[in-house]
Design a protein around this ligand. Structure first.
Ligand code: T5A
Length: 211
């Protein structure tokens, strides 16, 4: 039997990576084989693309190039990791997927969302998550968390994290619009709450898929 495909989405610093690991651990305790992956990335080539889209550089990708890089990364991880895992019956938990393209490159950068959906169908061959957990945080919280992490690790913000305030407001609204259009697939979670509280809401949502 095909496994289930769960994605985490939302603005930066919403706690996706934290909750991806927590959900994977919990699903394993429920007896599921779980594959954790992320976008951009998840295969050797896709991780190289991740560097290209995130790194600050003198001649950064123009928006159309950025779109194609994210889509190229997705084509690799879908065909080499996600589809084979689902076919084996494993559950796949993915840190970002297609909705990030619609929110960031569509609502954020202004590329036509329907055009992006058509391109996305091409690279995913129509693969849609069974459930998408939208971890919502306002830009202020996102900024505070990333600043705290940067102070603790001496890391610097990446090219997209450091895009302007309006960009982040637009993409957050974009996520809401996407969730509103597909209420059965999306679960919108107020991710300003404590990690444990968010994890409990995520588990309740995942229980529905466990049947
Ligand atoms: N992108 C991606 C596109 O533009 N188009 C696309 O198609 C795709 C797929 C990816 C970038 O690429 C863009 C979006 C992104 O800008 P990334 O590093 O994967 O880059 O960026 P994020 O996914 O945003 O990852 P982050 O690590 O920045 O944020 P997370 O994963 O949401 O948050 P997490 O878990 O790392 O936590 C961040 C900090 O907050 C703390 C954590 O301890 C950590 O320090 N934290 C909390 N603090 C308080 N309360 C909570 N509930 C907390 N949860 C976590």
């Amino acid at each position: 039997m095909r496994g289930k495909f769960i994605t985490f989405e939302g603005p930066e610093g919403g706690g996706k990576s934290t909750q991806v690991q927590a959900l994977a651990d919990w699903l394993r305790k429920q007896g599921k084989a779980v594959v954790v992956t992320r976008e951009p990335g998840g295969t050797r080539l896709a991780e190289l693309i991740r560097g290209l889209v995130r790194d600050e550089m003198d001649d950064p990708p123009v928006t159309r190039c950025e779109v194609l890089l994210f889509l190229a990364s997705r084509a690799q991880v879908v065909s080499q990791v996600i589809r084979p895992a689902l076919a084996r019956g494993d559950w796949v938990v993915c840190d970002r997927f297609a909705d990030s393209t619609f929110a960031y490159q569509g609502f954020g950068r202004g590329i036509d969302v329907q055009l992006l959906k058509n391109f996305n169908d091409f690279v995913t061959e129509g693969l849609v998550p069974d459930m998408t957990l939208l971890l919502d945080v306002p830009p202020e919280v996102s900024r505070e968390r990333l600043a705290a992490r940067q102070a603790a690790t001496a890391a610097t913000g990446d090219r997209i994290e450091t895009a302007g305030e309006m960009f982040h407001r637009r993409l957050r609204e974009g996520f809401f619009e996407l969730a509103h259009a597909e209420p059965k697939r999306f679960v919108v979670i107020d991710a300003t709450q404590a990690v444990e509280k968010v994890a409990a809401i995520v588990q309740d949502a995942a229980r529905r898929l466990l049947g």
